[in-house]
Ligand binder design. Structure first.
Ligand SMILES: *Cc1c(COP(=O)(O)O)cnc(C)c1O
Length: 375
């Protein structure tokens, strides 16, 4: 059996958790949390990083920091995970769905301006599969229209655009450390605050709407309720686990890239034969091998391939039901322009297992080639 995902452990997670246990410091913002913040700030160049208990939580914080009010519009792809939209809907915001590019499957930057109205507050690019959106154009549009850019970089840790870390380019960025991502802590995430003007407020929202962090730094003599907020800090036990992963981030990424490249080389001839299309990574994007997907020629071929692989114990999965065609999307969202690429791609995309620990890729390549030869 080859599962779709298997979380990779470095071996040092329990040792660090034992240290947190021995320190007797279990709640958030302890020694391990601070070490993870320092790692994120050094590795990504962000001004300030805050660990959260999920990427979903980081996006919710971003929606508060953006000051989203009922009726405010937020531009995003429909081809994404629900949290990209939910974080804003929770504040009364309206997700405005824009189509994706057929090459990278990221938001089509050329279609963003048409979606802007007087109610637009933010643009949320999602870096699908750890391949960057066209950030220079997106930042330019945002600047012209005075909008915030919040990167959903859930899949983007260790990936870059023109040498800059994903998540550290927009005003705010959100990472996920869910066990299906590259660097993990079971559940987990981080908010990157790349604009100093909102760093202080981010810390307040993170600490339940209090100025507790300032108090601990000795900047105020008592702490109190100063803003809205919630409990977004993970326990230091979770941060201890995460630090072990962060310290291995280069090795983890290299091993994932190796598997990704194997698939990519092996499927070149199937692409040439017109059986499938492989992922496209623009030259200015260094990806992180978060995902290997193939685009098949129809929904029915995809369904047959999934079934055939499953019969051989190989678990492949498709991806997002586009948000604009979901029940909630219909109710709270708005569509800008045609979403033809989104509708088309979401029916034909198949994700293959990509995890570290076993040499299963040759078996999968063989099974895909054999199945497609017969379908
Ligand atoms: C995984 C993912 C999320 C959610 O991350 P959690 O840490 O599980 O909350 C959000 N957006 C995208 C694009 C994702 O892939």
């Amino acid at each position: 059996m080859i599962p779709f995902n298997k979380p990779y452990m470095t071996g040092r997670e329990l040792w660090y958790i034992a240290q947190a246990h021995a320190n007797g410091q279990l709640s958030g913002d302890g020694m391990f949390t601070k070490k993870c913040h320092a790692w994120l700030e050094t590795r990504t160049g962000t001004h300030k990083a805050l660990l959260t208990h999920s990427c979903t939580a980081a996006l919710e914080m971003a929606a508060m920091l953006a000051g989203i009010q009922p009726g405010d519009e937020v531009i995003m792809p429909s081809y994404t995970f629900v949290s990209t939209a939910n974080a804003f809907v929770l504040r009364g915001g309206v997700p405005v769905f824009v189509d994706i590019r057929p090459d990278t499957l990221n938001i089509d930057e050329a279609k963003i301006e048409d979606a802007i109205t007087s109610r637009t507050k933010a643009i949320v690019p999602v870096h699908y599969a750890g391949v960057a959106c066209e950030m220079d154009t997106i930042m330019e549009i945002a600047q012209q229209h005075k909008l915030l850019v919040i990167e959903d970089a859930a899949q983007g840790i260790m990936a870059t655009y023109k040498g800059r870390s994903l998540g550290a380019i927009g005003h705010l960025g959100a990472y996920s450390f869910h066990e299906t991502k590259n660097i993990i802590s079971g559940e987990g995430g981080a908010l990157l605050i790349n604009d100093d003007r909102i760093a202080e407020r981010a810390e307040v929202i993170w600490e339940k709407g209090t100025n507790r962090s300032k108090f601990f730094r000795g900047e105020v003599d008592k702490y109190t309720w100063v803003d809205i907020g919630s409990s977004y800090l993970p326990s230091d036990l979770v941060a201890a686990f995460l630090l072990a992963q962060m310290e291995e981030a280069d090795a983890i990424t290299a091993r994932r890239l190796h598997i990704w490249q194997f698939y990519h080389d092996q499927f070149a001839d199937l692409e040439a034969d017109g059986c499938l299309r492989r992922p496209i990574v623009p030259a200015e994007c260094q990806h992180n091998a978060h995902m290997y997907y193939i685009l098949l020629s129809s929904e029915s071929i995809r369904a047959q391939l999934i079934a055939r692989l499953k019969s051989e114990g190989i678990y492949s999965v498709f991806h997002y039901v586009p948000l604009h065609s979901s029940p909630m999307g219909h109710q709270v969202g708005r569509i800008s322009g045609s979403l033809d690429v989104t509708d088309d791609i979401s029916e034909r995309l198949l994700r293959l297992p990509l995890w570290i620990g076993q040499d299963y890729a040759p078996q999968i390549v063989r099974a895909v080639k054999e199945a497609l030869g017969k379908l």
